[in-house]
Design a protein around this ligand. Structure first.
Ligand SMILES: Cc1cc2nc3c(=O)[nH]c(=O)nc-3n(C[C@H](O)[C@H](O)[C@H](O)COP(=O)(O)OP(=O)(O)OC[C@H]3O[C@@H](n4cnc5c(N)ncnc54)[C@H](O)[C@@H]3O)c2cc1C
Ligand code: FES
Length: 282
């Protein structure tokens, strides 16, 4: 059992949880994720380890409620327990001092880009951060990203905060003003990462995308997370989650992520109905 030590709501439908997991906290590197199971007989889902505190034996997770399992997690409070937390999983982000790097996070993808940006800054890089959200309320980790960025650009779709537009609008401006960018890192919704990749391809700018396919075991056994990268089959959980964005077949991945859409919707509807009739986090 993995106790929740603290829980805070950081935006509508987005929570930050500190979870006791001492062995994972000790081994975790930026880019790693865990596979968590909040309730018995529940589903196992992947979540990035946003931060870890080896001394206190805790890891920090940031979760956006989109389907049944993430809704269950979002309703957890301090004192509740995860049934299982497996990790650290995935290849850590290769961190080198290359000069100037751009870290682009969209939506809850900001929780995934933040540990990468922080590590790249600590390695001595000049970090240009770009984070985007639907509106002011949904912007997360603004202060944390500001702390590890030499420059931070914030965009909102509706213009209620920062630049009105998408992260790609800010990226266009950043590329135009900085001729010495060595690498771009991106994570967020798949269409956003695809758009970032198309944009940087024109400039032959090395770009890494942290992918978020459906995962099951997280250990390379089931094949659920397979992606095509440069025409080769890769398993995101063990070969990734980061890949050369210019080689990823995003269209195929977007299609694959829709595979269980009807079942996922049914499952969430049934869960919401149960919550309504029986209350609490059933
Ligand atoms: C390596 C990795 C790290 C991740 N880190 C985080 C994180 O730090 N915080 C966070 O909130 N989420 C993260 N995700 C995404 C998270 O795992 C999914 O949101 C979760 O599995 C959805 O489960 P669910 O049962 O709530 O929703 P489901 O019922 O499974 O899905 C609901 C809807 O979301 C879509 N969906 C399903 N899986 C994903 C996915 N992997 N990415 C995007 N959309 C999806 C479905 O198509 C469906 O429309 C990560 C994913 C991966 C692979
Ligand atoms: S999640 Fe099963 S092989 Fe990656």
């Amino acid at each position: 059992m993995y106790p929740v030590i603290s829980k805070t709501t950081i935006a509508p439908g987005i929570s930050r949880l500190e979870v006791e997991a001492p062995l994972i906290a000790k081994k975790r590197k930026p880019g790693n994720f865990v596979i968590v199971m909040p309730v018995e007989k529940g589903e196992r889902i992947p979540l990035t380890i946003v931060e870890s505190d080896p001394e206190n034996g805790t890891i920090t997770l940031i979760v956006q409620a989109i389907g049944k399992t993430t809704h269950i997690i979002n309703k957890m409070e301090a004192g509740d327990h995860f049934i299982d937390v497996v990790g650290p999983l995935g290849e850590p982000t290769p961190i080198k001092n290359v000069g100037t790097v751009v870290c682009v996070g969209g939506g809850v993808g900001t929780a995934v880009i933040y540990p990468m940006a922080k590590a790249l800054k600590e390695a001595g890089n000049r970090v240009i951060g770009i984070i985007g959200a639907r509106n002011r309320e949904m912007v997360i980790l603004k202060n944390e990203m500001a702390d590890c960025s030499d420059e931070l650009h914030i965009t909102t779709d509706d213009g209620s905060y920062g630049l009105k537009g998408f992260v790609t609008d800010a990226l266009a401006q950043v590329i135009d003003e900085n001729k010495t960018i060595q690498s771009v890192y991106t994570t967020g919704p798949l269409p956003m990462m695809k758009a970032v990749a198309e944009q940087t391809r024109k400039f032959e700018l090395h770009t890494m995308a942290s992918l978020n396919p459906i995962m099951m075991d997280g250990t390379g056994m089931c094949g659920a997370c397979r992606v095509s990268v440069g025409g080769e089959l890769k398993f995101t959980c063990v070969d990734g989650p980061e890949f050369d964005a210019h080689k990823v077949n995003f269209n195929e991945l977007i299609q694959r992520n829709k595979t269980y859409f009807n079942q996922e919707k049914k499952s969430l509807d049934a869960y919401n109905e149960k919550c309504k009739t029986r209350g609490a986090n059933v």
